[in-house]
Design a protein around this ligand. Structure first.
Ligand SMILES: [Zn+2]
Length: 222
C-alpha cells in the first residue's frame, strides 16, 4: 500500500527478463509475432532488445502481454524456456567458472546453500521492488513479496514459470541434477508471496555444520 506523499519507488530489473523472453517467443510463435508482441508491450523498436537494466514496469507489461496473447500451455512453455535461457546466460557470463567448478564438486545440499547465498546478494538484478526472503530449513525456499513476474495477474495455479525455471536450472546445473523447483504459492492466486521450493527426491539433510561451513567459506560468488 502506498502512503500519501510517499516517494514512488521504481524498481530496475536485468534485461534478461526481456531478452530471453523475446528469444523464447521467437522460437515458439515465430519472429514476426514475437517481435511485434515485445515491441507493443515494452515500447521498444521492433526487434531491438535492452542492453542494460530496465524499469520493472517494462517487464510487467511484457508478462501481461504474454499472458493475454498466448494460451496457458504455450505461455508456460515460453516462460519456462525463457527462464532456462536466463540461467544459461548467467552460467556463461555472470557466475565465475571457478565458483561453478567448486559448486559442482561439493555435496548438492551445500552447493545449493552457496548458490542461494550468491542469489541473495544479487536480488537487485532480478527482483525490482520485490522483497526476497530465502530460507535454509529442511527444504530450502525463496519467496518474493511483490513479485514482478505476476503483478496484477490472476491465476488459478502458480504462474511464475520464468522464476521457477531459472532457479531450477541453476540448481540442477550447479548443485544437483535431481533438484526440482516448485512454486508452492503465488501472488497471482492471492497468496501473500510467491514461494519457490527446492525439492530433491533424495540427499542428505542440511546440518548446522553445513551452515557454519557456508558462513566461513572463503570463496563467495558475490
Ligand atoms: Zn508467482
Amino acid at each position: 500500500m502506498t502512503h500519501p506523499g510517499a516517494r514512488t519507488v521504481r524498481g530496475r530489473i536485468g534485461p534478461n527478463a526481456i531478452i530471453q523472453t523475446a528469444a523464447a517467443l521467437r522460437e515458439r510463435v515465430g519472429i514476426a509475432r514475437a517481435d511485434a508482441l515485445v515491441a507493443a508491450a515494452t515500447g521498444r523498436a521492433l526487434g531491438t532488445w535492452p542492453e542494460t537494466m530496465v524499469d520493472e514496469s517494462e517487464v510487467i507489461r511484457l508478462v501481461h502481454a504474454v499472458h493475454d496473447d498466448l494460451d496457458p500451455a504455450l505461455r508456460e512453455a515460453v516462460m519456462r524456456d525463457a527462464g532456462v535461457r536466463t540461467a544459461e546466460y548467467l552460467l556463461a557470463n555472470r557466475i565465475p567458472r571457478a565458483a561453478q567448478r567448486v559448486l559442482r564438486l561439493l555435496p548438492g545440499a551445500l552447493s545449493l546453500r552457496l548458490l542461494l547465498l550468491a542469489i541473495s546478494r544479487h536480488t537487485w538484478t532480478f527482483a525490482g521492488t520485490a522483497h526476497v526472503e530465502i530460507r535454509y530449513g529442511a527444504t530450502a525456499s525463496l519467496s518474493m513479496h511483490g513479485c514482478p513476474m505476476c503483478r496484477g495477474l490472476r491465476a488459478t495455479a502458480p504462474d511464475c514459470h520464468y522464476v521457477a525455471a531459472t532457479l531450477e536450472h541453476l540448481a540442477q546445473r550447479l548443485a544437483d541434477a535431481a533438484y526440482e523447483v516448485v512454486e508452492t504459492s503465488c501472488e497471482a492466486q492471492g497468496a501473500s508471496a510467491c514461494r519457490f521450493e527446492f525439492r530433491r527426491e533424495w540427499g542428505s539433510p542440511v546440518t548446522p555444520t553445513t551452515v557454519g561451513l557456508l558462513l566461513t567459506h572463503p570463496y563467495a560468488m558475490g
